[in-house]
Design a protein around this ligand. Structure first.
Ligand code: FES
Length: 275
């Protein structure tokens, strides 16, 4: 960030230290503005120059790790993926994501979300355990079969969809759009044989039928994932199963691994010249 910037933007940041404070409060910081500056840049500036006790999470700074979800002007965003200029305002209010337990300042506890994620078995399940342990072939997947679940695989588990979900706000035990979206992602994968186990995990109290299709999860997802659509497709699968019209899951297609071939053009030897 340019230290010579004269334009300032005011960050109104929610502060809360459970060891000292009985309830959260707001604190204002004046931060020099520069073109291209993200909300995360502003928070880092505050921590490095104004108040080193400010707590927030960050890691990759490129919209991949999902660590930096915060509420900016009352809407959930990835701080590293959101430019200050987007708001056309001289004041930004930054608060922790709602619908997750609050730990400190802008840090929330995502444990429950990850427990829900784990409950839907977010991995490919195979009936032949032996084939998993010592595979004899590769699982074939056509471009269309990949397309069936690809957009749902872009989830970075930032918790923003849960923060935006009105059902998660009113039902703390609701599985939530993140877990339900990932449930569909694996059920739709042609290499998987675990749909029955996953459907049983979501067809219960506080499960899939508590989704009221507000669509806020899909609207807020910073990666363009559409959990609301995944949930509707999952509901359709459950309804089809209930009336005996569910599709029988076919075993995944196995193909022999490609034979090793020599490159058509010989790779030149790589030598490091030392003088
Ligand atoms: Fe990794 Fe923002 S720091 S997504």
């Amino acid at each position: 960030m340019s230290q010579e910037s004269t334009k300032q933007v005011t960050f109104v940041v929610q502060r809360y230290n459970p060891e000292q404070d009985s309830h959260p409060g707001l604190q204002e910081f004046s931060v020099p503005f520069s073109h291209g500056m993200t909300v995360l840049d502003g928070l880092i500036y505050i921590k490095e120059n104004l108040d080193s006790t400010l707590a927030f999470r960050t890691s990759c700074r490129m919209g991949i790790c999902g660590a930096c979800g915060v509420l900016v002007n009352n809407y959930p965003h990835l701080a590293c993926h959101t430019q200050v200029e987007e708001f056309h305002a001289s004041t930004l209010t930054v608060k922790p994501l709602p619908n997750h337990p609050h730990i400190k300042d802008l840090v929330v506890d995502l444990t429950l979300m990850f427990q829900n994620h784990k409950a839907v078995k977010p991995y490919a399940i195979h009936r032949q355990a032996q084939e998993v342990e010592s595979p004899t072939a590769e699982y074939a997947q056509s471009p269309q079969e990949l397309k069936d679940f690809l957009q749902f695989a872009y989830c970075i588990k930032c918790g923003i969809c849960v923060a935006a979900c009105p059902t998660s706000a009113s039902d703390k035990l609701f599985l939530g759009p993140q877990a339900l979206g990932q449930c569909f992602r694996y059920c739709a994968d042609n290499r998987d044989e675990g749909q029955q186990q996953r459907l049983a995990a979501v067809d219960k109290d506080h499960g899939i039928w508590h989704c009221h299709l507000a669509g806020a999860c899909s609207e807020s997802c910073p990666k363009g994932v559409d959990p609301a659509f995944a949930i509707q497709l999952l509901k359709r699968r459950l309804a089809a199963e209930a009336i005996g019209l569910g599709k029988k899951q076919q075993p995944p297609k196995l193909v022999s691994p490609p034979k090793e071939t020599k490159p058509k053009v010989a790779v030149p030897p790589f030598n490091v010249q030392t003088k």
